[in-house]
Design a binder for this molecule. Sequence first.
Ligand SMILES: [Zn+2]
Ligand SMILES: [Zn+2]
Length: 252
Amino acid sequence: MDKHPDSNSLSYSGYCNTCNKIHSLPSEKAIAHCIKLMQQLQADCRLDLDTPLEKADERLSTKHLYTEIGGEMLGVLVCEDTLGNEVILRAFSSTHNCVWNVSGWVPHIANEEKYMKIVNEGNQEIHPLTELLPTLKKGSIQWLEKTLERKLISQKVLAKLYALYEITNFKNEKRSLTDAFNIKKGIPNGTGDCCAPKLLNHAAKNNLKPISIAEFYWGKGSGSKVEGEFYSSCSDKCQPLLGFMLCGSSEN
Ligand SMILES: [Zn+2]
Ligand SMILES: [Zn+2]
């Protein structure tokens, strides 16, 4: 873990429609905290770092990240509270081994219980159609009707899920995921689940001023991702959100 990345090559930024400019956060301070976190993870091999070993939750072990499931992105946001004290926030992207929220890590933006209720209700509506469709003559009027019906239910379910993601920025403005996303085309699956939006939303809701952010990959390499390497926020899901999310984070 002796790699010291060039923090200038990392970018955590987005274009803000309100200010008509790009808002961004530097990485240097957060990188130092990420390196410390990597050392802890290497030593302890689990996310419940604040829990005594005998009470460790098996599901939170990092060994899952070295299987076919693959690694995950982890992130650190260095903040300052209203008294000027440094506060370090940590996040893992999406869920870890199906666990949504872990003590010592910022929570998921959406509420797990409400999310799963919508998913289960949606499945109950979609499942009969998925069973029925293969029994119908492909291309027949009934097949077309049922195909459309299934598509509409999926869209309705997605809209309900997106509505669970309320995003707060540093002017204490709140927007739905759809309104915060500044590209007016379909929102990619998993938007709002990366480390940066989780960290910034938690900071904004808790009156913490963001100072520095960095994200790194942890676990078995996949595609171009290498364990212990730092990556900028993703261009498809996060950059279109970060303009709104970072608004009000600095004076200029
Ligand atoms: Zn992202
Ligand atoms: Zn702005």
